[in-house]
Write a protein that binds this ligand. Sequence first.
Ligand SMILES: C[S@@+](CC[C@H](N)C(=O)[O-])C[C@H]1O[C@@H](n2cnc3c(N)ncnc32)[C@H](O)[C@@H]1O
Length: 448
Amino acid sequence: MGREVFNINTKSKQLKRVATKNENSNLLENYKLRENVTTDESWDFRKSNTKEFTHCYHPYPAMMIPQVARRILNDYGKKSKTLFDPFCGTGTSLVEANLVGINAIGTDINPLARLIASTKTSKIDIQVLELFLQDFINYFFSISFQIEKVKSVIIPKVKNIDFWFSKNVQQKLGVLLDYIEGINDPSIRNFFKVAFSETVRETSFVKQGEFKLVRNKNFKDSREPDVFGVMIIKLSRNKQGLVEFEKTLKNDSHASVYGFNTVSNIPKEIIKESSIDIVVTSPPYGDSKTTVAYGQYSRLSNEWLGYEEANQVDNILMGGVKRKHKHTFKSDILNDVILTIQDEDKERGRDVISFFEDYEKSINNVSKTLRKGGIACYVVGNRTVKGSSIPTDEITSQLFEENNFTHIETIIRNIPNKRMPSKNSPSNVVGVTASTMKNEYIVVCQKN
Ligand SMILES: C[S@@+](CC[C@H](N)C(=O)[O-])C[C@H]1O[C@@H](n2cnc3c(N)ncnc32)[C@H](O)[C@@H]1O
């Protein structure tokens, strides 16, 4: 029989209780009983504009909303000088840090995410950018009206390219890429690449609004997209965002984006031990292969941009390598929930173990980078596997406690505007879906 195990934390002791699956619906109620865990609607930001500044640049799965990072920094980061985001994605927390004068360091395994994050935090001289934009518009105007002849272009290797793009679109994307590669200023070239990546996705046969790479069934009926037009729209929107960002930016704060994997090691030459004031991050949920597929989402862009191993991203993300051995975690809640899942399905149990083994190692490494009194803030989701809800928020605070941190608070917020699929297939049975996370848990711990 399926069991759900959860703990009710008190400062001195943990009261452990075993609940049947039928009690799952009461879980949220029980969470509210835990000390320092509150549901707070003022964190929903239902009507807020999540696309201010450079946040407007490029969509991405499961982005953090800027208002959450902003409020965390306001509540806990007032005296911070350096922020670290170990799963920076498109750099939401890096942008927010820079806006309030905090330097930021981010890392992500996905090359597309790194491109977006570093471009969103790069300062570019707007007048110079405008010259490039004007040149770009002139060039494509002359091509469109055949004033200038298009030279033949090299199209990069994209797997099944004819399945994803019409010949006409391939040619035009090739012309765009050729133009971009001729830009000699690296920041401006990246600015164009970010708009190009969005153009690749929008002009392909990909079903829009999905994280997985699925072809739109009605692609034959759709009109030939206006590739240059799409690119120009993205460029001008992004320029507007950049103007706002540069106007608001405090001090000379800057961000650096890397591709190291915090599961294996955090290079000391990049981040010294005890040098970070605050970590603000949203780690993956552990379903990168089934639901929130960062690699699949980014594959076509990564390939067009010539990033190697574009196909491999989902396999190298946390939990991507399946472990066969047994593992006991330093979180008893996690050990219990794994037993429950394994009762139902050994393979799915292994998936969960593989993810959390990486997660635990990453937390151990990240913990060392924080100074005494430093804050770790993890925005997590509690996903359901085989009918069991995995309390990632409690697991996260337990794993930090094992690294000499104190749990300060957990805020439960509704997710009205985070980009998530509303259904997934937690049982992996075709046609059987369940609502995915409706709540997000903002877990705040402090280093003793
Ligand atoms: C929830 S997303 C972060 C979104 C980000 N907060 C934003 O607003 O765009 C999680 C990110 O973790 C990255 N990731 C997964 N495993 C990783 C690992 N082992 N090391 C570094 N990044 C990883 C994924 O590529 C993904 O971009």
